[in-house]
Design a protein around this ligand. Structure first.
Ligand code: FAD
Length: 461
């Protein structure tokens, strides 16, 4: 065999798996048909956060007039903005290549396809490996009535290139993390944005109160949001795209005109064209590769990780699964056994959650206790001039165990680490409430939400 391990795909899942395998002494190669770093570094997590930050600077500079600071008229250099974002991507992907070299990982360039259970065709060479990890990720799900041309109808990849001038009016179809993050980017850049969502709430998987709180804040910032709404199709006319929108409850239809439509209706696994049938790797009807807790597929020496194995399609989930697969292959005792996978919508405020929502906890039969703390009562939030949001804690009334934490707050993603650790350590609400939190910090809102579960928060009437 040429290698102990061949990883197919160098996204966050694949590159974490390869590096951990190399650290554990395995002779490792990675096959990648695009850029190392995958969706996350090239066209996902990182470039979106760069654009969100730029947009946030605009929002906060306007907002500064509330405390007596007024800046001159904003000048937008779109070429520079796109260049700055691309520069960050280049630096990070270059960093992954450096890590590959430092760990003596062979980078094979080309599309990979199974020839047999131990042989993979990569570009024009055949490679053999004792173990193989499939980390081929996902791609945007299509909406047949809105074929993407990356000009007027874009997906997340097209939306990353900010056009000059910015569109006057944009429709985002889908109010998950991707739709909402781009809605805020373009809203801050000066586009009039409408977001529609088929489900009855934005971020359909989120806690209902957290979703409501985020919607309230985004609407205040000027983003139009319509839930229980679908887009049926469009007609190109001289004044723009005439889109038919339908209220899913009443069936009422109307036409609205936009310059650009962003299709953000989810992602689908990239498992086709890998030759999986030939080697007997089982794939679900929706294209997800089935795995056990060790990330093994139905063929024990073939593993799969990341977006291609299922939801939530998040980079940190892919990374963790990559580490588990590499450790199992290296003979370590390791498995994917997590209490909660954090999830974040990186708007301002951010919606950051880990663990069970209130509805999920009730469905599972817990006697649920809730503690809330509004950011409007946080001294630190006031000093930031950003008091939209809250922390909601979901707990089990019988055991006092923490079940879930839902944060809508500026820097909510940074606050979430504490909640994730508490969940993984099986902390009780009392454990959190007994922990001294620095003052003044946004993190005190987690402390007060815990105290509020016991109706003992100091700053709540
Ligand atoms: P991918 O990152 O999809 O990488 C798969 C790699 O495999 C690709 O490089 C591809 O070229 C390669 N490949 C595929 N098939 C083959 C083949 N046959 N041969 C060779 N190579 C192949 N997640 C977060 O956690 N936080 C965020 O903030 C976030 N923001 C996002 C924003 C956007 C706009 C998008 C689209 C996604 C975002 N995500 C975010 C999701 C995140 O990008 C994915 O969950 C993550 O990239 C999945 O990692 P992966 O390793 O499974 O696959």
């Amino acid at each position: 065999m040429d290698y102990d391990l061949l990883v197919i795909g160098a996204g966050p899942g694949g590159y974490h798996a390869a590096i951990r395998a190399a650290q554990l002494g395995l002779k490792t190669a990675v096959a990648e048909m695009g850029n190392v770093g995958g969706v996350c570094l090239n066209i996902g997590c990182i470039p979106t956060k760069a654009l969100l930050h730029a947009g946030e600077e605009i929002r906060s500079s306007k907002h500064a007039s509330d405390f007596g600071l007024t800046f001159g008229e904003m000048r937008l250099d779109i070429a520079k903005l796109n260049g700055w974002k691309d520069g960050i991507v280049k630096k990070l992907t270059g960093g992954v290549s450096t890590l590959f070299k430092a760990n003596k990982i062979t980078h094979l360039v080309g599309r990979a396809r199974f020839v047999d259970a131990h042989t993979v065709q990569v570009g024009d060479q055949k490679v053999t490996a004792k173990n193989i990890i499939i980390a081929t990720g996902s791609e945007p799900a299509a909406l047949p009535a809105f074929p993407v041309d990356q000009q007027a109808i874009v997906d997340s990849t097209g939306a990353l290139v900010v056009p000059d001038p910015v569109p006057g009016r944009m429709l985002a179809i889908g109010a998950g993390a991707i739709g909402l993050e781009f809605a805020q980017v373009y809203n801050n850049l000066g586009t009039r944005v409408k977001v529609i969502e088929f489900a009855p709430q934005i971020v359909p998987a989120a806690d209902a109160d957290a979703s409501k709180e985020l919607a309230k804040s985004l609407k205040k910032q000027g983003i139009e949001i319509e839930v229980a709404t679908k887009a049926n199709g469009f007609e190109r006319k001289s004044d723009g795209l005439h889109v038919e929108l339908e209220d899913v409850k009443t069936g009422q239809k109307r036409i609205e005109v936009f310059d650009r439509v962003l299709v953000a209706v989810g992602r689908r696994p990239r498992s086709a064209d890998l030759g999986l049938e030939a080697v007997g790797v089982k794939v679900s009807e929706r294209g997800f590769i089935g795995v056990n807790k060790q990330m093994q597929t139905s063929v024990p020496h073939i593993y799969a990780i990341g977006d291609v194995v299922g939801n939530p399609m998040l980079a940190h989930k892919a990374m963790k699964e990559g580490l588990v697969a590499a450790e199992v292959i290296a003979g370590k005792k390791s498995e994917m056994d997590v209490v909660g996978i954090p999830s974040v919508v990186y708007t301002t405020p951010e919606l950051a959650s880990v663990g069970l929502t209130e509805a999920e906890a009730k469905e599972r039969g817990f006697k649920v206790k809730i503690g809330n703390f509004p950011l409007s009562a946080s001294g630190r939030a006031m000093t930031l001039g950003d008091t939209d949001g809250f922390v909601k804690m979901v707990a089990d009334a019988d055991s006092d165990l923490l079940l879930g934490v839902h944060i809508v707050a500026p820097h909510g993603s940074d606050l979430l680490g504490e909640a994730g650790l508490a969940l993984e350590m099986a902390a009780t609400v009392t454990d959190v409430a007994l922990t001294i939190h620095a003052h003044p910090t946004l993190a005190e809102s987690i402390l007060e939400a815990a105290e509020n579960v016991h109706k003992q928060a100091i700053h709540i009437l």
